[in-house]
Design a protein around this ligand. Structure first.
Ligand code: P1T
Length: 382
């Protein structure tokens, strides 16, 4: 079956107990056993819950992997992958990452003796040069948060495989509708389902998908042992969001192309970062690796923080808020919001300057979005 059909049906047969067409929210912590050890596959909801299981099957199908796991947040899903490492192991990660992932690697895992080398993800050779005999994991995001840079997943998968390391790809920005890392050679995909997969900014969640049974077993062990699982209602909200992923992504994409072109033609905007623009240095890779360019765009205002703040305060349709991927448009100031945990020098080295704004372009009428940007850019110059 095709993607849009699987998004609505995969893992979601009619409820065996009642025939309910939509997977029920099994709001239960525990399950009654017929006799000791005699049950229907569920014992306790940290370990397994039918609503969560349906979501996990649907996510696996959309990523074209065998096995999915749902978590209480994207960060918890990230930690599930990192749980397979032990002190002395080494990670090669790209240098343009979600600030919270950078914080986990540098402030939680590095002090535990898991060394991390950060590389410019645009250069495949940078990965091969950073590999060591003890490298167990290569970690990517593409497109990146917030600079919208791309990494050649297939090329880095070759490097990781030849050195015996696992490749993890955070596919939050692209979604499986636009990019399938497992098909390109990744071992595991990670998501913040808080974003496009949930799609309505009303739930925090995360997921992993892999086709490697051993890796899945290790992450499932961690999921049960650490217990950072989504509640049944949160799992249900994400599953409901997935049903419209395909149509939402098409509209996010159409609106964002329009907004990116508008920004690129605006005299006050210094730089626009969007993989769908011809001017993006990796536009060709985006065309090859993705089936569209997504709904995120970043741009730089020459007046630094003061202009960025005046712009953000003047916005009426866009909300100044962290997060992304919901139907509503959001504007974010990465230097002090999503990427505030990265020291300023490192931020600047990654291109996250004091005038950088990031937009999550929603699916409102694009004329209203452009009008809002127009008046806010004008107001910021007064
Ligand atoms: O917030 P959480 O669900 O824990 O997901 C973390 C995360 C992981 N990976 C990527 C690429 C992300 O963008 C995020 C969360 N990002 C934001 C909150 C943000 O505004 O960028």
């Amino acid at each position: 079956m095709k993607f849009a059909t699987r998004a609505i049906h995969a893992g979601q047969d009619a409820d065996p107990a009642t025939g309910a067409t939509i997977v029920p929210i099994y709001q239960t912590a525990t399950y009654t056993q017929e006799e000791i050890g005699e049950h229907q596959g569920y014992e306790y909801s940290r370990t397994g819950n039918p609503t969560r299981a349906a979501l996990e099957r649907c996510l696996a199908s959309l990523e074209e992997g065998a096995l999915g796991l749902a978590f209480a947040s994207g960060s918890a899903a990230t930690v599930a992958v990192l749980s397979v490492l032990k002190p002395g192991d080494h990670i090669v990660a790209m240098d343009d990452l979600y600030g919270g992932t950078y914080r986990l690697l540098s402030q939680v895992y590095a002090p535990l003796g898991i060394d991390v080398t950060y590389v410019d993800g645009r250069q495949v050779e940078a990965f091969s040069q950073a590999m060591r005999p003890e490298t167990r994991l290569v970690w990517l995001e593409t497109p990146t948060n917030p600079m919208l840079r791309l990494v050649d997943i297939a090329a880095v998968a070759e490097v990781a495989r030849s050195q015996g390391a696992l490749l993890a790809v955070d596919n939050t920005f692209a979604t499986p509708y636009l990019q399938k890392p497992l098909i390109l050679g990744a071992d595991v995909v990670v998501h913040s389902t808080t974003k496009y997969l949930g799609g309505h900014s009303d739930v925090v969640g995360g997921a992993t998908v892999t086709s490697d049974p051993e890796l899945h077993r290790a992450m499932a062990f961690y999921q049960n042992a650490a217990g950072a699982v989504p509640g049944p209602f949160d799992a249900w909200l994400v599953m409901r969001g997935l049903k419209t992923l395909a149509v939402r992504m098409r509209q996010h994409e159409a609106n964002t192309r329009h907004v990116a072109e508008y920004l690129a033609g605006h005299p006050r905007v210094r730089q626009v970062y969007y993989p769908g623009l011809d001017s993006h240095p990796q536009h060709e890779l985006a065309q090859r690796q993705m089936e569209g360019f997504g709904g995120m765009v970043s741009f730089e205002l020459p007046g630094g923080r003061a202009e960025a703040n005046a712009f953000a305060m003047a916005l009426r349709v866009f909300s100044l808020a962290e997060s992304l991927g919901g139907v509503e448009s959001l504007a974010c100031y990465p230097p002090e919001m999503t990427h505030g945990s990265i020291p300023r020098e490192e931020r600047l080295a990654r291109g996250i300057t004091d005038g950088l704004m990031r937009l999550s372009v929603g699916i409102e009428d694009v004329e209203d979005l452009v009008e809002d940007l127009e008046q806010a850019l004008a107001a910021a110059q007064r």
